[in-house]
Design a protein around this ligand. Structure first.
Ligand code: ZN
Length: 181
C-alpha cells in the first residue's frame, strides 16, 4: 500500500495535458494501486494520475457504490440533462463550489490489463467521471465555475493555508461542454 503526496493547485502538472498510456505494464498497475490507496486514504470520490505528479491518462473512482479505474478514458453525455451541485477536488483541499455538469454520461476506456471497459454514471458518478477526465486535460473544476463564483473561489484559495502564491492562469472552458453557453 503506497499513499502518495497529492499535488496542489498551483503545481504545473495539474495544468498539463496528460499523455495516453501506451504500455499496459507493471508500472501502470503500480500507478493504479497508488491512485487507489491515495484516494481511499483521503476518502476521495476519485483521483487522477496528474494529482500524483504522473502525467498519464489514468484515474480511479469510488463513489455511488461503484469503484474502479480507467485508462485513456473518453466520455459522452447520454442526454441533454445537466446537474448543479457542490464539487470539490483533492488538489484544492477544503473547498466546494457549485459546478454544473452533465447528469448522465457513459465513459469508455481500458483497464490496466488493456481490456476495453465502459462505465455508465448518473449524478455523483457522472460528475466524478467528468471531473477526473478534465484532470487528464489539465482542466480543473474551477474552470467550470461561472465567472462570479470563480472570482470568489480564487479569493478564497489565495487565503488558504496550503496555497503557495503561485497563481497560474485560469483556462477559459477549453471544451464546449455545454454547447457554448
Ligand atoms: Zn480533482
Amino acid at each position: 500500500m503506497t499513499i502518495q503526496p497529492i499535488r496542489l493547485f498551483g503545481d504545473p502538472v495539474l495544468r498539463t495535458r496528460a499523455d495516453e498510456v501506451v504500455d499496459f505494464d507493471k508500472e501502470l498497475r503500480t500507478l493504479v494501486q497508488d491512485l487507489w490507496d491515495t484516494m481511499e486514504s483521503q476518502g476521495g470520490a476519485g483521483i487522477a494520475a496528474p494529482q500524483l505528479g504522473v502525467s498519464l491518462r489514468v484515474f480511479t473512482y469510488h463513489c455511488d457504490g461503484s469503484a474502479g479505474h480507467m485508462v485513456n478514458p473518453t466520455w459522452n453525455a447520454i442526454d441533454d440533462e445537466c446537474q448543479d451541485g457542490d464539487e470539490g477536488c483533492l488538489s484544492i483541499p477544503g473547498f466546494q463550489w457549485e459546478t454544473r455538469r452533465m447528469r448522465n454520461v457513459v465513459a469508455s476506456g481500458w483497464n490496466m490489463y488493456g481490456e476495453p471497459i465502459e462505465v455508465q454514471g448518473t449524478d455523483l458518478l457522472a460528475r466524478c467521471i467528468q471531473h477526473e477526465t478534465d484532470h487528464l486535460d489539465g482542466v480543473l473544476f474551477l474552470d467550470r465555475l461561472d465567472a462570479e463564483t470563480r472570482k470568489q473561489a480564487m479569493r478564497e484559495i489565495r487565503q488558504a493555508s496550503w496555497f503557495d502564491g503561485n497563481v497560474p492562469t485560469i483556462k477559459q472552458d477549453p471544451h464546449a461542454l455545454f454547447g457554448g453557453f
